[in-house]
Design a protein around this ligand. Structure first.
Ligand code: PLP
Length: 463
């Protein structure tokens, strides 16, 4: 039998033989073998060699309350014994789904009072595509079917959500995007702002939405979708001018606003939802990840009164076997109880967030760091060979980021690279002492990466 007790090399060989990895450089995997994670507690992972790794990504941006909370395991076991599975198709329901939907409606701002459950964020965004198109069709405007999104956005990996996303390497495989999805620029001032001020650039990016609506036709556009703070695109924080203008344009043209809160939701930005941090009022929110802190797969769409009422006029021919899965719902409810009772959102807003911000912005003194951005507990740095000119590296994008990520890995720190940007999204429970330890590892990794780049003659700016 295959257990934690097998030697690492054997586990890696068995992994390579039969396990296909998501989003992984397969040539690299074949050479090095995957690191085998065997257990986790708090903010630390343990691997099959017994190394303790500080997880500054909270898994995939999801383990908001940290690893190893027995309460969630106990709730899962209890629920599995009582009612392991049932659904809410065809006139049935169950208590975990009722309780979770009510709790989410209580936490969500404004009249976001209705929840359609999914297995994760991708499925929830697929729901959103069908939901907003059905909304307009039910209102007698079926031609309003175009959804506007942003280049380099990530909204999931299914055909629908991958189409909403704006990632070119994903669109290059499998025939994406589906029809009637349109992408405008992302507000990434560091990389794309040119000579404009951040404020002017933010405004210009938002106004691309208005230009797209006018070009496509007001009567054709159903919705705009975006993350309050773009996560997988590189923790891109929009200039302050961006979101008020987006809200104005959505209001003016009656475009539904979908906030993808899969990363930003449940405390990550210092409020329950990222929409509150950037000051927008969406009609629909996509949720997943932090909803259960990753302890069980669950996601959903939180829907405002008006959209729910219009969808409810008729049967919505949509649903997943695991929509509102009782075990996942019970686990999510317990996770929300912990976030609320331990005031984890307050901890981000008043303790960990401000402390991390001070330390994070302090990284600007490092020769490799050109920009340091942070909102709550999600943060990024742009690596550059020349800060003054915001230069990009001459090497292929991602080469330098990879060097840095490798050094982090070597220093038992999980930090991700997006191109030549380094990002973190740690568990929200980090104490100031944990932050000091994380920053210590980051600085060590940056120093080593800097030396690697000098040794390999990679500190050259693109011309
Ligand atoms: N939306 C955003 C903003 C995400 O970051 C992700 C996942 O990283 C998704 C959607 C997709 O969620 P899932 O992987 O649960 O399908």
């Amino acid at each position: 039998t295959i257990t934690n007790h097998l030697p690492t090399a054997e586990l890696q060989a068995l992994d390579a033989a039969h396990h296909m990895h998501p989003f992984t450089a397969n040539d690299e995997l074949a050479k090095k073998g995957a690191r085998v994670i065997t257990r986790a507690s708090g903010i630390y992972l343990t691997d099959s060699e017994g190394e303790e790794i500080l997880d500054a990504m909270a898994g995939l941006w999801c383990v908001n309350i940290g690893y190893g909370r027995d309460e969630l395991a106990d709730v899962a076991a209890r629920q599995m014994r009582e009612l392991p599975y049932y659904n809410s198709f065809f006139m049935t329901t169950h208590v975990p789904a009722i309780a979770l939907a009510n709790k989410i409606a209580e936490l969500a701002p404004g009249d976001l009072n209705h929840v359609f459950f999914a297995g994760g964020g991708s499925e929830a965004n697929d729901t959103n595509i069908r939901m907003v198109r059905t909304y307009w069709a039910n209102k007698g405007k079926p031609e309003k079917s175009v959804i506007i999104s942003r280049k380099n956005a990530y909204h999931g990996s299914t055909v629908g959500s991958g189409s909403l996303g704006g990632m070119a390497p994903m669109h290059a495989q499998g025939g994406l995007p589906i029809p009637d999805i349109h992408h405008i620029s992302q507000p990434n001032w560091w990389a794309e702002g040119g000579d404009a001020t951040p404020e002017a650039f933010g405004l210009a990016c938002a106004q691309e939405l208005e230009e797209a609506i006018l070009e496509l036709g007001e009567d054709r556009v159903a919705a705009f979708i975006a993350e309050p703070v773009q996560g997988a695109g590189g923790v891109i924080v929009a200039p302050d001018t961006y979101w008020p203008e987006i809200q104005r344009i959505c209001d003016k043209y009656e475009i539904l606003l979908i906030a993808d809160e899969v990363i930003c939701g449940f405390g990550r930005t210092g409020n329950w939802f990222g929409s509150q941090t950037v000051g927008i009022q969406p009609h629909i929110m996509t949720i997943a990840k932090g909803l259960s802190s990753g302890y069980a797969p669950i996601g959903g769409s939180i829907v405002c009164d008006e959209v729910a009422a219009v969808i409810g006029q008729d049967e919505f021919n949509h649903g997943y076997t695991y929509s509102g899965h009782p075990v996942a719902a019970a686990v999510a409810l317990e996770n929300l109880r912990i976030i609320e009772e331990e005031d984890i959102v307050g901890h981000v807003q008043q303790v960990a967030g401000p402390y991390l911000k001070e330390k994070w912005e302090g990284l600007m003194d490092h020769p490799l760091v050109g920009e340091a951005k942070i909102v709550g507990m999600m943060a990024s740095i742009a690596l550059t060979p020349d800060k003054a000119s915001r230069a990009k590296f001459a090497s292929a994008p991602g080469t330098v980021g990879y060097v840095c990520r490798d050094r982090c890995f070597g220093n038992n720190l999980i930090m991700r690279h997006v191109g030549d940007r380094m990002i973190i999204s740690p568990p929200l429970i980090l104490s100031p002492a944990d932050i000091d330890e994380m920053i210590r590892r980051i600085r060590k990794s940056l120093d080593e990466a800097h030396q690697d780049l000098i040794d390999k003659d990679l500190m050259k700016a693109a011309s």
